[in-house]
Design a protein around this ligand. Sequence first.
Ligand code: SF4
Ligand code: SF4
Length: 161
Amino acid sequence: MFGSMEQLYIDRGMGRQIDLDEAASILKEAQESGLVTQPGTAQNPAGMCNCCGDCCGVLISIKEHPRPAELVCSNYFAMVDRELCAGCETCLERCQMEAIDMDEDNIAVVNRDRCIGCGLCVISCSTEAMRLVPKPQIEHMTPPATSAEQMRIIARNRGLI
Ligand code: SF4
Ligand code: SF4
Protein backbone atom coordinates (compact mmCIF):
# COMPACT_ATOMS: atom_id res chain seq x y z
CA MET A 1 0.00 0.00 0.00
CA PHE A 2 1.12 3.57 -0.64
CA GLY A 3 0.36 7.03 0.73
CA SER A 4 -2.90 7.48 2.63
CA MET A 5 -3.85 3.82 2.08
CA GLU A 6 -0.52 2.80 3.62
CA GLN A 7 -1.26 5.03 6.62
CA LEU A 8 -4.70 3.45 7.05
CA TYR A 9 -3.16 -0.03 7.25
CA ILE A 10 -0.54 1.12 9.76
CA ASP A 11 -3.07 2.98 11.92
CA ARG A 12 -5.30 -0.08 12.13
CA GLY A 13 -2.45 -2.46 12.91
CA MET A 14 -2.81 -4.39 9.64
CA GLY A 15 0.64 -3.62 8.27
CA ARG A 16 4.05 -2.13 8.90
CA GLN A 17 6.17 0.37 7.03
CA ILE A 18 8.98 -1.03 4.88
CA ASP A 19 11.84 0.70 3.08
CA LEU A 20 12.63 0.59 -0.64
CA ASP A 21 15.21 -2.19 -0.29
CA GLU A 22 12.73 -4.50 1.44
CA ALA A 23 10.03 -3.63 -1.10
CA ALA A 24 12.40 -4.46 -3.97
CA SER A 25 13.38 -7.71 -2.29
CA ILE A 26 9.70 -8.72 -1.85
CA LEU A 27 9.04 -7.95 -5.51
CA LYS A 28 12.04 -10.03 -6.58
CA GLU A 29 10.85 -12.96 -4.47
CA ALA A 30 7.34 -12.61 -5.93
CA GLN A 31 8.69 -12.68 -9.48
CA GLU A 32 10.84 -15.72 -8.78
CA SER A 33 7.81 -17.45 -7.26
CA GLY A 34 5.82 -16.82 -10.45
CA LEU A 35 3.43 -14.19 -9.08
CA VAL A 36 2.03 -11.44 -11.30
CA THR A 37 2.87 -7.96 -9.95
CA GLN A 38 -0.26 -5.83 -10.19
CA PRO A 39 -0.11 -2.16 -9.26
CA GLY A 40 -3.43 -0.32 -9.18
CA THR A 41 -4.31 1.19 -12.55
CA ALA A 42 -3.10 4.69 -11.70
CA GLN A 43 0.02 6.80 -12.06
CA ASN A 44 -0.06 7.19 -8.27
CA PRO A 45 -1.62 3.87 -7.19
CA ALA A 46 -2.95 3.25 -3.68
CA GLY A 47 -1.64 -0.30 -3.68
CA MET A 48 0.10 -3.11 -5.49
CA CYS A 49 -0.29 -6.88 -5.07
CA ASN A 50 1.44 -10.01 -6.32
CA CYS A 51 -0.91 -12.84 -7.22
CA CYS A 52 -1.34 -16.08 -9.15
CA GLY A 53 -4.06 -17.17 -11.56
CA ASP A 54 -5.28 -19.96 -9.26
CA CYS A 55 -6.55 -18.05 -6.23
CA CYS A 56 -6.61 -14.31 -7.05
CA GLY A 57 -10.16 -13.21 -7.87
CA VAL A 58 -8.93 -10.52 -10.26
CA LEU A 59 -6.60 -12.81 -12.21
CA ILE A 60 -9.11 -15.70 -12.27
CA SER A 61 -11.73 -13.38 -13.77
CA ILE A 62 -9.29 -11.95 -16.31
CA LYS A 63 -8.10 -15.44 -17.23
CA GLU A 64 -11.66 -16.61 -18.00
CA HIS A 65 -12.04 -13.85 -20.59
CA PRO A 66 -11.08 -14.88 -24.16
CA ARG A 67 -8.94 -11.73 -24.54
CA PRO A 68 -7.37 -10.82 -21.16
CA ALA A 69 -5.15 -8.21 -22.87
CA GLU A 70 -8.22 -6.02 -23.41
CA LEU A 71 -8.90 -5.87 -19.66
CA VAL A 72 -5.43 -4.89 -18.44
CA CYS A 73 -3.71 -1.51 -18.72
CA SER A 74 -0.32 -2.64 -20.03
CA ASN A 75 1.71 -1.11 -22.84
CA TYR A 76 3.82 -4.23 -23.41
CA PHE A 77 3.44 -7.77 -24.66
CA ALA A 78 5.77 -10.77 -24.82
CA MET A 79 7.42 -11.85 -28.06
CA VAL A 80 9.61 -14.86 -28.91
CA ASP A 81 12.82 -14.81 -30.93
CA ARG A 82 12.38 -18.05 -32.87
CA GLU A 83 16.13 -18.38 -33.45
CA LEU A 84 16.82 -18.44 -29.70
CA CYS A 85 13.92 -20.58 -28.44
CA ALA A 86 15.13 -23.96 -27.15
CA GLY A 87 11.60 -25.38 -26.77
CA CYS A 88 12.01 -26.01 -23.01
CA GLU A 89 8.37 -24.98 -22.25
CA THR A 90 9.36 -23.20 -19.01
CA CYS A 91 7.44 -20.13 -20.16
CA LEU A 92 4.25 -22.20 -20.63
CA GLU A 93 4.33 -23.20 -16.98
CA ARG A 94 5.08 -19.66 -15.81
CA CYS A 95 2.33 -17.89 -17.74
CA GLN A 96 -0.74 -17.30 -15.53
CA MET A 97 -2.85 -16.31 -18.55
CA GLU A 98 -2.27 -19.45 -20.65
CA ALA A 99 -1.03 -17.10 -23.36
CA ILE A 100 1.77 -19.34 -24.68
CA ASP A 101 1.64 -22.44 -26.88
CA MET A 102 4.27 -24.49 -28.67
CA ASP A 103 4.00 -24.60 -32.47
CA GLU A 104 4.65 -27.56 -34.76
CA ASP A 105 8.41 -26.79 -34.65
CA ASN A 106 8.40 -26.85 -30.81
CA ILE A 107 8.90 -23.08 -30.67
CA ALA A 108 6.99 -20.97 -28.14
CA VAL A 109 4.28 -18.70 -29.59
CA VAL A 110 2.57 -15.90 -27.64
CA ASN A 111 -1.14 -15.25 -28.13
CA ARG A 112 -1.29 -11.44 -27.98
CA ASP A 113 -5.00 -11.48 -27.09
CA ARG A 114 -4.13 -13.33 -23.88
CA CYS A 115 -0.82 -11.67 -22.96
CA ILE A 116 -1.08 -9.07 -20.17
CA GLY A 117 2.59 -8.08 -20.40
CA CYS A 118 3.51 -9.21 -16.88
CA GLY A 119 7.00 -10.36 -17.92
CA LEU A 120 7.04 -13.57 -15.86
CA CYS A 121 7.95 -15.59 -18.94
CA VAL A 122 10.85 -13.25 -19.75
CA ILE A 123 12.75 -13.63 -16.49
CA SER A 124 12.45 -17.42 -16.61
CA CYS A 125 13.68 -17.89 -20.21
CA SER A 126 17.27 -19.12 -19.95
CA THR A 127 18.07 -18.48 -23.63
CA GLU A 128 16.70 -14.89 -23.63
CA ALA A 129 14.37 -15.86 -26.46
CA MET A 130 11.42 -14.24 -24.69
CA ARG A 131 11.28 -10.48 -24.30
CA LEU A 132 8.77 -7.73 -23.64
CA VAL A 133 8.15 -5.29 -26.48
CA PRO A 134 6.11 -2.07 -26.46
CA LYS A 135 2.70 -2.12 -28.12
CA PRO A 136 2.25 0.18 -31.14
CA GLN A 137 1.68 3.81 -30.08
CA ILE A 138 -1.97 3.69 -31.14
CA GLU A 139 -2.60 0.97 -28.51
CA HIS A 140 -0.80 2.80 -25.68
CA MET A 141 -2.86 3.57 -22.58
CA THR A 142 -2.17 6.27 -20.01
CA PRO A 143 -3.38 5.29 -16.54
CA PRO A 144 -5.51 7.83 -14.64
CA ALA A 145 -3.58 10.09 -12.25
CA THR A 146 -4.87 8.56 -9.01
CA SER A 147 -6.80 5.52 -7.76
CA ALA A 148 -9.72 7.85 -6.92
CA GLU A 149 -9.85 8.91 -10.58
CA GLN A 150 -9.70 5.25 -11.59
CA MET A 151 -12.78 4.53 -9.43
CA ARG A 152 -14.62 7.51 -10.95
CA ILE A 153 -13.90 6.17 -14.47
CA ILE A 154 -15.14 2.69 -13.50
CA ALA A 155 -18.32 4.18 -11.98
CA ARG A 156 -18.88 6.32 -15.09
CA ASN A 157 -18.44 3.29 -17.38
CA ARG A 158 -21.01 1.42 -15.29
CA GLY A 159 -23.45 4.30 -15.67
CA LEU A 160 -23.36 5.05 -11.93
CA ILE A 161 -22.42 8.75 -12.31
S1 SF4 B 1 11.32 -20.42 -21.87
FE1 SF4 B 1 12.42 -19.49 -23.61
S2 SF4 B 1 13.54 -21.19 -24.56
FE2 SF4 B 1 11.97 -22.10 -23.23
S3 SF4 B 1 10.20 -22.43 -24.62
FE3 SF4 B 1 9.91 -20.43 -23.64
S4 SF4 B 1 10.80 -18.96 -25.10
FE4 SF4 B 1 11.58 -20.99 -25.67
S1 SF4 C 1 4.17 -11.53 -20.39
FE1 SF4 C 1 4.56 -13.72 -20.61
S2 SF4 C 1 3.87 -14.64 -18.68
FE2 SF4 C 1 2.96 -12.58 -18.80
S3 SF4 C 1 0.95 -12.90 -19.76
FE3 SF4 C 1 2.39 -12.41 -21.41
S4 SF4 C 1 3.07 -14.40 -22.15
FE4 SF4 C 1 2.15 -14.76 -20.13
